[in-house]
Design a binder for this molecule. Sequence first.
Ligand code: ADP
Length: 675
Amino acid sequence: MQSNDEPAIGGSGGMGVEFRHLLDGSPVANYICDAEGRLTYFNKAAIELWGRTPILGKEYWCGSWKILYEDGTPMPLEDTPISRVLKKGVEEEKSEIRIECPNGAYKYLLVFPKPLFDRNGKLEGVHCTLVDITEQKRDHIKKETLSAIVQSSDDAIISKNLQGVIASWNRGAQEIFGYSEDETVGRSITMLIPEERLNEEDVILDKIKRGIKIDHFETIRKHKSGRDIPVSITVSPVKDSGGNIVGASKVARDITARIESQAAMKKYIRNLETLNTVGKSISENLNVEGILQRVTDATTSLTGAAFGAFFYNNSDDKGSTFQLFTLSGAPREIFDHMAMPRHTDLFLPTFRDRKVVRIDDVTKHGDFGKNAPYKGMPKGHFSVVSYLAIPVISKNGAVIGGLLYGHPEAGKFTAEHELLVINIAAQAAVSLDNSKLFEQVKSLSEKKDEFIALASHELKTPLTTIKGYLQVLSKKKADKVSQLFLDKSLCQVDKLNTLVEDLLNMSRIESGQLNFNLEVFDIREMLKEIVETFSYSSQSHRVTGTLWNDSVIIEGDKQRIEQAILNLMTNAIKYSPKADEIFVDLEVVGENMVVKVRDMGIGLTEEQRRQLFTRFYRAEDTQGISGLGLGLYLTKQIIDRHGGSIEVASEYGMGSEFSLILPLAVQKLKKVKAI
Ligand code: ADP
């Protein structure tokens, strides 16, 4: 081992002392081998380079720990430059090798081997100089790699000076912008910028000069062909070794695909939203025309058609005619003087065979122009080149009609449009089926209402006559039995009269003909009389009235309000067959009066309470108690129309309390004044 003080320099290599001193002090690695290749000298710089101190006279050819070819494969000793020179005795050009040091570091060296001859010209050994070129080599590799990366990048990587003149142009730039390197280097970057965006370059250069990087700026640049390309660009300042900004590097990425996919996504979402809203609105709509207009409008806009229409299928045994029902995108007058589409080869597949027909250019369709009377498109008809027809099929398989779309340009309708309309047509068909049912039910119900109005009206006249005769008879002297029967008959006629009157009132309400005669009156007086009358007439129940100790003035139709209260009291008695008392209270609460009618009867379940005010509703446990289920419906209508409300509190099996709430007349007057 060499000591640290004494550099690990070994041997004389057969040199003169002066020459040796020269080499010892040299910063360049030198070593010498004898004619057999044995190491006879190396200097301090060589030790540093090898990262080790070889053993003089024992090691051959070189002091490196491992010698490699440039690509990293091991180099056999006999192939080292020195052994070659020794073998041939001829000087060699410098050569490049790679070595590995014991600490694992790699180095690149230039080797200059020189044969040494004695005075007689006999080969004595080799003197070798090693130059460490690792730094340069790495720089070179780095540059080559960078350049390869730049060249292989799909992004455009362009450098330019501060005047915007292009200095370099990679393969990606060529791909994106269509220009070759020769066509761009030396020219201004503005050649890529659309005219209306030229000011962008000034802004970019201004920022670059101030050392500011521009990150992912999305804009439009021009292709050689003139086509616009959406790009995302990043521009960074380029500095020289002194740190001065001398130019800019620009990376531009073509974002056409992204923009297109975003647009497609947006379109997809918009379509979904439309589908959703159309679906919802047609399922909520029970009117045929409303459904079809909504469907026609939405699908015409979705398909981008110039016009869209729904034709109703009027097929019968004699043939098919199609009747225009709804239209979108064109005035209806166009069709006014035109015959409706007929069973031509173009329409029949849709209306008869339930087929979707999509044609890019209908004028090239085999059947086009052959059918009389128009032989093609009728005069005045807007031009239809793209054609799309989709059947709307009912649940029972019948074609309700067809949705037809047209556009004056060819190839306007896609498979996507077709699918969208098919979906909507299917939803529309369900709604149309439902609406048919609804309309049937509605017309039945209207017929029923008409019948009730007519029947009750017709019943009213004979009833009044019968009551008149009975009253005349009851005034005549008669035996006890006859008198009893007369009284009972009168009582039944009264009941019948009330029922008929209820039916009539219901019809009036339904047809909006229930009129009120408004007057201001004291409801306390009215209630007093009612309670009195009931106390006399009711044989089964006692009526207890607790009335407000002052007059309670309201404004309303006296007769109808009385009818409402009588309904509640009659019910209280009817539906408490096992009890013998009902209660009537009148009080003033704030700006309202409240009439409460309470019984201890059969009571109501929550479900029954919910349905109480629907017409003809009767709870399931009312068998044996007569009624039509109209009293509460009428009561509520009357109270509602007086600006009041009705509340029910009840416990099943325990009794019920109905409260009528009406505004006091003062309040009403105040409100009128305020208005
Ligand atoms: P009607 O008495 O002719 O059946 P209403 O419209 O007056 O018709 O009442 C509707 C239904 O409400 C009754 O059939 C009955 O089931 C229930 N109802 C009304 N009042 C009471 C009450 N006080 N207690 C229990 N159930 C009642």
